[in-house]
Design a protein around this ligand. Structure first.
Ligand code: TYM
Length: 327
């Protein structure tokens, strides 16, 4: 029996290379090793205001990008969260077992609510409960994510343990799997900030559907320091971030990269990086165009996957309801 791997992605903003390098690329690479379920988390998306038409379009776009990146619908189920009712239902039950203190410690909520202040939704605060429901419904063992989701996955593990200690074995204990390199890709405009889908500055992120010229221009404008030496050094976040992106896209080792840039400047590195990223995204971009040209294809893959995972989710939900004494 293969281990169950579950992960999710929000259908909001534009999917960027941070999402790709830390999450999607891992999902593709480990498809044969695990029994995979990937979820387009539209219920999480509405924790902040969304335009209904754009949200619907983004669900198709993100799904299309996952398939274009190499997710094989025969090996992995890619489905839309709101199409499986058990997610919202289990989230409610889990809410009743999560101490407020655990939720108040979540750093992502603290950061996101800083801007929204009093307007922040209860849903955004409750985000980790829904995420725990996503994970725990499928007897998940591994959760491949970027570093920013580690705390949420740990909460789901603590919650599973807490529930099991009250009611006896009910949930598997999930574990976050975070890549060694690229777990936290930083913004090009400000390398002290994580690359994010919700940032407005057009120079902030490289999106998977950016044109070659946009990619080159964004990298050219990327913020660096005023030194010259090209070396992997976390204390120099701008150049370090560019080098990490180069390392993953090129497949070269750190030593090879540093050696090949001895005596060369940032302008050369940026020029080469632009080409490496353009070439690296080309196959994905052309597969995306092919996939989306076929009307209804993506929707039918999503519906098939939802039908496939729904019984798994319902089985776990029934187990939980019976443990708690509901119904
Ligand atoms: P989301 O949509 O923000 O991001 C999707 C994945 O991309 C990773 N990521 C990054 N990795 C490296 N550098 C970055 N700058 C960067 N930005 C994003 C994220 O860590 C994530 O792996 N809460 C989740 C979605 C979710 C989920 C789940 C994930 C809902 N339910 C259950 C796992 C399991 C989120 O908002 O991801």
């Amino acid at each position: 029996m293969k281990k169950r791997s579950f992960s999710g992605i929000q259908p909001t903003g534009d999917i960027h290379i941070g999402n790709y390098l830390a999450a999607i690329k891992q999902w593709v690479a480990s498809q044969a090793e695990y029994d995979n379920i990937f979820c387009i988390v539209d219920l999480h998306a509405i924790t902040i205001p969304q335009d209904p038409k754009i949200l619907k379009a983004k669900i198709r776009e993100v799904s299309g990008l996952l398939f274009a990146a190499g997710i094989d619908p025969k090996l992995s189920a890619v489905f839309v969260q709101s199409q499986v009712g058990a997610h919202a239902e289990l989230a409610w039950i889990l809410n009743c077992f999560i101490p407020m203190g655990w939720m108040q410690r979540m750093t992502q909520f603290k950061e996101k609510s800083k801007e929204l202040k009093e307007q922040v939704s209860v849903g955004l605060f409750d985000y980790p409960a829904l995420m725990s429901a996503d994970i725990l419904l499928y007897d998940t063992e591994v959760v491949p994510v970027g570093e920013d989701q580690k705390q949420h996955v740990e909460l789901s593990r603590d919650l599973a343990q807490r529930f099991n200690s009250i009611y006896g074995p009910t949930f598997h204990l999930p574990k976050a799997v975070i890549p060694e390199v690229g777990a936290r890709i930083m913004g090009l405009d400000d390398p002290t900030k994580k690359m994010s889908k919700s940032e407005d500055n057009p120079g902030h992120a490289i999106n998977l559907l950016d044109s070659p010229d946009e990619i080159r221009a964004k990298i050219k404008r990327a913020t660096t320091d005023s030194r010259r030496e090209i070396r992997f050094d976390e204390k120099r976040p701008g150049i370090h971030n560019l080098l990490v992106i180069y390392e993953i896209f090129s497949g070269l080792s750190r030593a090879e990269i540093e050696a090949s840039y001895q005596g060369k400047g940032y302008a050369q590195l940026k020029k080469d990086l632009g080409e490496v990223v353009v070439e690296g995204l080309k196959p994905l971009q052309s597969r995306y165009q092919e996939l989306t040209a076929e009307a209804g294809h993506i929707d039918s893959l999503l519906a098939e996957a939802a039908a496939r995972v729904r019984p798994l989710a319902e089985k776990t939900l029934a187990r939980v309801k019976s443990r708690v004494g509901l119904g």
